[in-house]
Design a protein around this ligand. Structure first.
Ligand SMILES: [Zn+2]
Ligand SMILES: [Zn+2]
Length: 238
């Protein structure tokens, strides 16, 4: 979650997100925008839930005017939600409740500028994973790029050029790299080219378990960047 002058924004919404917001005393109804990188379950599973929660106020009564929720994501997002919450969807019972459907605004994005509002400008770019996009935010005077899941991709480097904060996946060590993901060696190349001020490393598979400190140390040494291998509930204040 990014907390900025105009509200709260989520970058993906995997399983457990709402529970973790609650633990931080963040009301899920204060989330105004969600930027989805792709539709794999570890990135979207709490999306139907946050849409539903909006129909209720803080004491559990019906919310007559749910606050708008803008959801951005790659092409396919609209169809995904249709399969979830439409009258023909898996959770068709929700379609009945969603009289205020207009609060949910779905934006499918591709290349370039996707949002421009007070203190917020957002760009997206395709990256090589599975119909995935990455984002760059200009927010409250800071710049931040978020890879989502991706292989080593020149388009990601371009998007992240000289950002204050780069949030990048590092799913596997080089010798165990599987699927369309980024290894530590590849991430070093990304960081050397894009030159972010701060690197936040996320999306570690169990292959990294017990080696997070080593990874952080190696990335620091090789890139000269401020590096943090982050875990759930960590907070970075800038
Ligand atoms: Zn994925
Ligand atoms: Zn993932």
């Amino acid at each position: 979650m990014i907390e900025y002058s105009q509200g709260n924004v989520l970058l993906d919404i995997g399983p457990g997100t709402i529970e973790k917001l609650r633990r931080r005393n963040v009301n899920p109804n204060t989330i105004s925008r969600i930027f989805i990188t792709h539709l794999h379950l570890d990135h979207v599973l709490d999306l139907p839930a946050i849409i539903k929660i909006r129909l209720f106020d803080e004491v559990g009564g019906p919310n007559p005017a749910p606050p708008n929720l803008d959801v951005y994501g790659p092409v396919g997002l609209r169809n995904f939600l249709y399969k979830m919450i439409s009258p023909e969807g898996v959770y068709s019972y929700l379609s009945e409740m969603m009289k205020y459907y207009s609060y949910l605004r779905i934006r499918e994005v591709g290349e370039g500028l996707v949002e421009e509002s007070v203190n917020l400008r957002v760009y997206s770019s395709h990256v090589e994973h599975y119909d995935s996009v990455a984002y760059r935010f200009e927010i409250d005077g800071y710049s931040l790029a978020y890879s989502g899941d991706t292989v080593y991709d020149e388009r990601m480097i371009k998007l992240a050029e000289n950002v204050d904060i780069l949030i990048h996946e590092c799913s596997f060590p080089k010798e165990l790299l599987l699927g369309k993901h980024t290894s530590d060696e590849e991430l070093i190349k990304v960081v050397k080219s894009a030159q972010p001020k701060i690197l936040l490393v996320t999306h570690l598979y169990p292959a990294w378990e017990g080696r997070e400190g080593q990874l952080e140390e190696k990335l620091r040494r090789e890139t000269g960047c401020r590096v943090y291998v982050v875990k759930d509930m960590d907070i970075l204040e800038v």
